[in-house]
Design a protein around this ligand. Structure first.
Ligand code: FDA
Length: 397
């Protein structure tokens, strides 16, 4: 087998790996990026409905979950959302803010992939697709990496960067190999689980709202002390939509989630004023003024809110408002890694240097992006973590 030497080998041509490659090669090193997929940046391509929510204008460490909430501060603070926006603008990619600070390409997520590949070409990175890691060994002077597949070779390198993401969406090439590499080098892994994922319900709960599949409503969804106010979507298997995806990262088995429709509204006051203005209107009709029609009709039917609102007592109006704004349900699980946008948990940040992403106990070994125990909220935060951590490692190599 062919033997070669590189300064840096990066495993994974995703968001973090490509960013790291650009900055490592810009410093003059010989950089090889290896990926078993047939194309680089596949998750970038499908992200944000094909338009890539590439960052969030309000990104800060508060938007991330990790056993060490301070770990992400260094990388996020030194390569910020504004740095990435400047890169996007340098490449003439038009973008817009959709909602809640989420920035998307105007045209296509493929522009972000082309931008990263252009930058990699400019600094002379080598990219090998269809290539697998067969083994990695370390000795005093560096790593011996055996590659199989399209670019089979034995490679010596001083730096090895693990950028192969988490376990979410195996169909798109996720393997979890990064965790095995961490374990091989005696680094700890925090518990991993699917996150930013739809929640599923038992038949008893589902029977109560299955016919609502496809209905979306704004809601405040909470679990313990954490709450998100965004859209909620009823599905055939349970609940989805941004508010549910967000709370899924905090929910644990056997815990309830609480759902408040019409968050922030004074529902009792709205119902009382509807009663005063026209008492002959049916309760379900009044509710359909403030909720999606199908949801209003369904709630009225299942709770027996029949008859004109004029005949409803104040106690009943209070009970209706309480039902709308304090619905407690127990999910039984989630859709799992099949649809999860990210993997929660990962390589324990206690074992990594936050400024460089290098393992504290293994010189030259780095973990960047989703494989590390830093998980962002929905809204462009996960890509920003990939850019920032990739930059931190790349500029340290
Ligand atoms: P990433 O998964 O991007 O890259 C890992 C690379 O390693 C892949 O190219 C893979 O093929 C390769 N690899 C894996 N195992 C390997 C092995 N054994 N050998 C060789 N190569 C291997 N985030 C966000 O901020 N905004 C958004 O709009 C979205 N949208 C979105 C939609 C969907 C459907 C998903 C699934 C995810 C998102 N995300 C997102 C999350 C975002 O995609 C994710 O956080 C980043 O891609 C993580 O970047 P990484 O580079 O760490 O891993």
């Amino acid at each position: 087998m062919q033997r070669e030497t590189f300064d840096t080998v990066i495993l994974g041509a995703g968001a973090a790996g490509m960013m790291c490659a650009i900055h490592a090669a810009a410093r003059g090193g010989r950089v090889l990026v290896v990926d078993h997929a047939k194309a680089p940046g596949e998750k970038i391509r499908i992200s944000g409905g094909g338009r890539c929510n590439f960052t969030n204008i309000g990104t800060s460490a508060k938007n991330f979950i990790s056993d060490n909430p301070h770990f992400s501060k260094s990388a996020l603070g030194r390569y910020t959302q504004h740095d990435f926006i400047a890169l996007v603008e340098k490449h003439g990619i038009a973008w817009h803010e959709k909602t809640l600070g989420q920035l998307f390409c105007d045209t296509s997520a493929k522009q972000i992939i082309s931008m990263l590949l252009d930058e990699m070409n400019q600094v002379g990175c080598e990219l090998c697709l269809g290539t697998m890691l067969e083994s990695i060994e370390r000795d005093v002077s560096g790593f011996t990496v055996t590659l199989g597949g399209d670019r089979a070779a034995i490679i010596r390198c001083r730096h090895f960067v693990v950028a192969c993401g988490g376990k979410s969406i195996p169909k798109m090439g996720a393997t979890g190999l990064g965790y095995q590499i961490a374990e091989k080098f005696a680094l700890a892994i925090t518990e991993t689980r699917p996150a930013l994922v739809p929640l599923t319900f038992g038949e008893d709960v589902l029977a109560g709202f299955r016919e609502m599949a496809g209905v979306a409503a704004n809601a405040r969804v909470s679990c313990g002390k954490t709450a998100f106010e965004e859209a909620l979507l009823f599905t055939h298997r349970g609940l989805s939509g941004p508010a549910i995806l967000q709370i899924s990262s905090y929910w644990r088995e056997r815990q309830p989630i609480r759902i408040a429709f019409l968050p922030g509204d004074n529902v009792i006051a709205s119902l009382a004023s509807a009663k005063r203005e026209n008492g002959r209107r049916a309760i379900s009709t009044v509710l359909s003024d403030i909720l999606p029609k199908r949801l209003a009709a369904h709630l009225a039917e299942t709770h027996g809110w029949t008859g004109p609102i004029g005949e409803a007592s104040d106690r009943k109006l209070t009970a209706i408002a309480a039902t709308l704004q304090n619905w407690e349900v127990f999910p039984i699980g989630s859709e799992g890694y099949r649809t999860a946008e990210v993997t929660l948990g990962g390589v324990d940040t206690d074992g990594l240097i936050s400024r460089t992403m290098e393992a504290k106990t293994v010189d030259g070994l780095y973990f960047i992006g989703e494989v590390a125990d830093v998980t962002g909220w929905l809204g462009g935060y996960n890509f920003q973590w990939a850019w920032s951590s990739g930059w931190a490692a790349g500029t340290a190599i």
